[in-house]
Design a protein around this ligand. Structure first.
Ligand code: NAD
Length: 229
């Protein structure tokens, strides 16, 4: 049976594709206070601002291309069963060819009903406006897990992490819970790699290797090593 690699990725893996990270910019996300644009309260207060913020993220996302880091993870599928648990809302893992991606914090290119969270729609272009309705007539919102909201796919991610034979963390400051705690579910004997030019503080644990490099170079090297095993 193929070994399972579980990857936890964050905004840093998309940095070299031209998508800004969040904490590298003093807690502002593209110049905005996250509480204004990434919380249910922010949406209630100024839905137009929030919709426009994500419209801009979508425009930017459409221009971005997967980088060598995304591609290296996709290539690992030649030999491994790879599950990517991403905090990213962009679709660059999928566009690089990864086939099993769990979007913990939602997906930029999907919208969902404000009245019925089970009504989720693929988006054609970049624009979501006030007045865009679901089939039941309620306003649509971005299909994003905002700060303060539950993370419905966390249980699935924990189950995958517990079954990992190899665990890779890339491009995350490990500041947002519950995602940041995922490594705690990985067994001691499992090799764990953290790829980040400025690695986040991780508790010392067995079989942990820090690779202080950018995603493109660090993951390309690591994937070559793992494919050669
Ligand atoms: P973060 O911004 O908090 O941390 C980014 C991490 O990436 C840092 O540790 C930084 O050192 C590292 N990094 C910077 N450049 C890198 C590179 N070239 N290669 C590898 N690592 C690099 O990101 P986070 O931990 O993912 O938390 C941000 C939250 O905001 C997430 O919950 C996410 O949903 C959201 N977000 C998503 C996107 C996206 O979808 N691309 C972008 C920004 C923010």
């Amino acid at each position: 049976m193929r070994k399972k690699i579980v990857v936890l990725s964050g905004a840093g893996i998309s940095a070299e594709s031209g998508i800004a990270t969040f904490r590298d910019a003093d807690g502002l996300w593209e110049g905005h206070d996250v509480m204004a644009v990434a919380t249910p309260e922010g949406f209630e207060k100024d839905p137009e601002l929030v919709l426009e913020f994500y419209n801009q993220r979508r425009k930017n996302g459409l221009q971005a291309k997967p980088n060598a880091g995304h591609l290296a993870l996709a290539k690992l599928e030649q030999k491994y069963n790879v599950v990517i648990v991403t905090q990213n809302v962009d679709n660059l893992h999928e566009r690089a060819g990864s086939t099993h991606v769990i979007h913990l914090h939602g997906e930029l290119f999907k919208s969902r009903s404000t009245a019925d969270p089970s009504l989720v729609y693929d988006m054609e272009g970049w624009e979501l406006k006030l007045g865009d309705h679901c089939e039941k007539g309620s306003q649509l919102r971005p299909n994003i897990v905002w700060f303060g909201e539950a993370v419905p796919l966390m249980d699935t991610a924990v189950m995958e992490a517990a079954l990992a034979d190899i665990f890779i963390v890339v491009g995350t400051s490990l500041a947002v819970y519950p995602a940041a705690g995922l490594m705690d579910y990985v067994a001691d004997e499992v090799p764990k790699y953290v790829v980040d030019p400025n690695p986040p503080p991780v508790r010392k644990r067995p079989n942990l290797q820090l690779i202080a490099d950018k995603a493109s170079a660090g993951l390309t090297r690591l994937a070559e090593e793992l494919l050669a095993l």
